[in-house]
Design a binder for this molecule. Structure first.
Ligand code: MRU
Length: 369
């Protein structure tokens, strides 16, 4: 996708051939800066602090974290230790586990002397796969938007509501939930996106709004609480969100607040789609509400808010009284029954065990990894 008109990805290898370049997402939307990561610890910190975030990008970054660790020490012990450090950074997005398992599977059988080169190769391949997967989600999701536009009699604009940031900033490129939106925009459908601000960290207001703006996609930032009202007044034609972990029966973990949007969508007969890259499926779990680990983060993300002053300075201010405790759950789970369909790189399916297994038949029972 493009930044200031120039195509780029969210993660890359720097010209020195080993360090990892990223867009520092903590500085957006006020400043566009990149950062260079040179050690495992820097990658782990970038994931924890959310300089890089979004399930697929977390997985890609973890793969490069392994590369950087192996440059220092390519032994079995160092490989295991690196995977352990990275696994502990964020608990909900299963892409992290998936990417680390892919790296382990590739690297363990090799002698240490061959591991560094193989690690960089596999990490680069994971990134390319992510781009292809997301583009696939875009092409399979586009007909859903086209159908909605036709149902509307091609009148006015096609209003899509999204939550958090499941755009290209959350992936290596394209995004998941935003991929069909970008393709619809390119195809000439007058798509307009309602962007949930997504408290407490405001990934919608700061990241989704920024990237849609970079691509000229019409959008409006809304308070998280507005979606239900808009749906009651026929101002939302469909919802598309991303996911951090979807179980084998189609329960969907995504950024906190997603569940409430799905409830409102159900009550108002608004289609609620989830864009789902296959590495985000956790085939080992069924009941998402019970079993998906939900990240809890520092309450300061809720009590404090940062923004830009007219002077250009970015400052953080407190919005709650001193002494009021805050609970900061990062994700919630939307049960499969509230999901109209899952949009994957292999096609669109029902959010059900049968639906998922029809697209991923190789995942027959007993072969879960
Ligand atoms: O806490 P974040 O910003 O990493 O959460 C991101 C989301 O919830 C996204 O919707 C999800 O990772 C899907 S990204 C394609």
């Amino acid at each position: 996708m493009k930044v200031h008109g120039q195509p780029m990805r969210t993660i890359w290898i720097e010209p020195d051939g080993s360090s990892v370049g990223i867009i520092d997402q903590l500085r957006l939307p006020h400043v566009f800066v990149t950062a260079r990561l040179t050690t495992l610890e820097e990658v782990a910190h970038a994931i924890r602090s959310m300089q890089i975030r979004g399930a697929p990008l977390i997985g890609a970054a973890a793969a490069y974290g392994v590369c950087l660790a192996l440059r220092k020490d390519a032994s079995d012990g160092a490989l295991e230790q690196a995977c352990e450090v990275l696994m502990a950074t964020r608990p909900t997005a299963v892409n992290l586990r998936w990417a680390l398992e892919e790296m382990r599977r590739t690297l363990r059988p090799l002698p240490p002397s061959e591991r560094v080169a193989a690690a960089y190769q596999r990490a680069a391949a994971l990134c390319d796969e992510d781009v292809a997967i997301n583009h696939g989600i875009g092409t399979h999701g586009l007909p859903l938007l086209q159908a909605a536009w036709e149902r509307k009699g091609k009148q006015g604009r096609l209003n899509v509501l999204t939550h958090c940031n499941a755009g290209w900033l959350a992936t290596v490129d394209w995004g998941t939930a935003l991929a069909p939106i970008y393709l619809a925009h390119e195809a000439g459908i007058p798509v307009h996106v309602w962007v949930d601000e997504t408290r407490p960290r405001n990934q919608g207001a700061s990241l989704t709004a920024w990237e849609l703006g970079q691509h000229g996609v019409p959008h409006t930032v809304i308070a998280d609480n507005l979606g239900g009202h808009l749906m009651q007044h026929a101002e939302v034609d469909l919802c598309i969100v991303g996911t951090d972990r979807t179980t084998a029966r189609g329960d969907v973990a995504n950024k906190i607040g997603t569940y409430l949007k799905a409830l409102a969508a159900k009550d108002n007969d608004v289609p609620f789609y989830v864009a789902l890259p296959s590495p985000t499926i956790d085939w080992t779990l069924e009941d998402g509400v019970r079993d998906i680990p939900i990240e809890q983060r520092d309450g300061a993300e809720l009590t404090d808010i940062s923004g830009r002053l007219p002077s250009g300075d970015v400052v953080t201010v407190r919005v709650t009284p001193p002494g009021s405790p805050a609970a900061n759950y990062g994700f919630d789970v939307t049960p499969a029954r509230l999901v109209t369909a899952l949009i994957t790189e292999r096609g669109v399916c029902a959010a059900s065990p049968e639906g998922l297994r029809s697209l991923f038949p190789e995942r027959a029972r007993g072969t879960e990894t």
